[in-house]
Design a protein around this ligand. Structure first.
Ligand code: DUC
Ligand code: ZN
Ligand code: ZN
Length: 467
């Protein structure tokens, strides 16, 4: 199955790369293929797809005095289990740190640790003369996109003047501007007022991060991109009004793109409000504290996200994988939701959760591949090598069984380094059977066969969506 169609075929892999895609039973230069290869994987009755690409992950992200609980080792292994063979993680420049130093640190964290291939985007934590000088040099190092935050004043935040300057650089270099589009100063005031009124439960995180703050920031990002000519990619879109802004800008011919995440397709603010457990009481809702937040189902955001994936108003699904344990991490925000580290871990479940959208008729099989692999490859300058099964491409392949089943159980039933999952109780009518990374079988039949360090750094080119 590719982004454009499906057909019965044999895939011949030679070493790390795909050598040929052939109709079943065909011969290559007169030789019987099955007789001349050393390994045959029988995928009869199953889907053979290009390995998933999760273009938005945060291994070990420092946040609120703690750090995301997956290391590059544990997080990429969980990715492999779930049929994702490439990740693009966010290298962090902390405010006050030089971009070069932040990036070098990120390379140290990942090198020799990963189960699957990995690239980096650069988080710009402070737009100043020094970082503006550093940005264009990243292109030669295969880092062709950077992320700015209109949220989190005092931490990652860029004000409008900083956004404008970074976007000018984006326009000049062709680097893609990735935007966390939420009006942080407004959110912080609302959050402070809620806490002052005793509204401290996790649910109020989503109340403070109102959709208006997302719509407004999305519009502002679009207009600043319009003014500067920067290509813009808005991350983790969750509000239907933000999608409408993106659709409007695209209809006006602007080169803007939007990504959503499984949590905004399946989970809601109402469910977060209703969550309660013996162990945590209403603090159970902390499992679903992420930013942008879960949105109201009554307002129809989830339905609208699926629709936007069909109409191409949104182009991609990534996870924003940013796991924190309840014990010792999320727990920091008991009594004040502002101190709950923001993030959900989904890297292992993305391909399954999106496949469930095929089962329920939300998206087609081809669109599943496009949203989770082919478009991420093109968006972030990896297509040809990644995101497609064709001669010359890396042998990154998933054999997916539509007759299989995946239950996401309670507690630690997955491979992510978390003491829970935001997806507890989800049932998927499909299963990741076999995963190959550059020709090597790393997951097969419920066994992990890869090793730490299998994954290599991917030097990316400029976005293949640049005009
Ligand atoms: N959102 C999250 O949920 N976690 C980390 C950063 C972000 O923007
Ligand atoms: Zn973000
Ligand atoms: Zn993120």
């Amino acid at each position: 199955v590719s982004a454009t169609g499906r057909a019965p075929a044999d895939v011949l892999i030679d070493g790390e790369t795909i050598a040929a895609v052939l109709t079943p039973g065909s011969t290559l230069l007169g030789t019987d293929l099955a007789a001349s290869v050393d390994t045959v994987i029988d995928a009869t009755g199953k889907y053979v797809i290009p390995g998933g690409i999760d273009a938005h992950t945060h291994m070990q992200l420092p946040f609120g005095g703690t750090a995301a609980s997956d290391t590059f080792e544990t997080g990429t292994r969980a990715a492999a289990w779930g049929g994702t063979t490439t990740i693009v993680d966010f290298a962090v420049q902390r405010t006050g740190e030089r971009i070069e130093d932040g990036l070098a640190h990120w390379h140290e964290l990942a090198a020799g640790q990963c189960a699957v291939d990995y690239g980096f985007h650069q988080i710009v934590g402070g737009v100043d003369e020094q970082s503006l000088r550093a940005l264009p040099k990243l292109v030669d190092e295969g880092i062709t996109s950077f992320k700015l935050f209109m949220a989190y004043p005092g931490v990652f935040y860029s004000d409008d003047a900083q956004v404008l300057k970074a976007m000018q650089s984006s326009a000049a270099t062709g680097m893609l501007t990735m935007m966390h589009a939420e009006n942080g100063p407004v959110i912080d005031v609302l959050a402070e007022q809620l806490v002052a009124r005793g509204k401290t439960d996790p649910y109020f995180h989503g109340v403070a991060r109102a959709w208006q703050a997302e719509e407004e920031a999305t519009h502002r990002a679009i207009m600043l991109a319009n003014l500067t000519g920067a290509p813009l990619y808005v991350v983790h879109v969750s509000a239907k009004q933000a999608v409408q802004q993106l659709a409007w800008a695209r209809d006006n011919g602007q080169n803007v793109f939007g990504e959503t995440c499984p949590q905004y397709l399946y989970l809601s603010l109402e469910e977060q409000l209703g969550a309660s457990s013996e162990q945590w009481g209403a603090f159970e809702g902390a499992k679903w504290v992420c930013s942008t937040p879960l949105r109201s189902r009554a307002e129809g955001h989830q339905h609208h996200m699926w629709q936007a994936l069909r109409t191409n108003d949104l182009q991609m699904v990534s996870t924003d994988h940013c796991p924190f344990c309840m014990t010792d991490q999320k727990e920091l925000g008991r009594g004040d939701f502002r101190a709950i580290p923001n993030g959900i871990g989904s890297i292992e479940h993305r391909m399954d959760l999106m496949y469930q959208g095929v089962v329920t008729g939300e998206i087609s099989l081809e669109r599943w591949v496009e949203l989770t692999s082919t478009t991420p490859a093109r968006m972030f300058g990896m297509y040809g090598r990644k995101g497609v099964i064709q001669p010359g491409a890396d042998g990154d392949i998933v054999v997916y069984d539509p007759a299989g089943h995946t239950s996401i159980g309670y507690g630690k039933t997955h491979h992510m380094n978390m003491d829970h999952s935001a997806w507890e109780g989800f049932e998927i009518d499909g299963h990741v059977d076999t995963v190959l990374s550059r020709g090597k079988v790393i997951v097969d039949d419920g066994q992990y066969l890869g090793s730490k360090g299998d994954g290599r750094f991917v030097r990316r080119g400029l976005s293949q969506y640049l005009i």
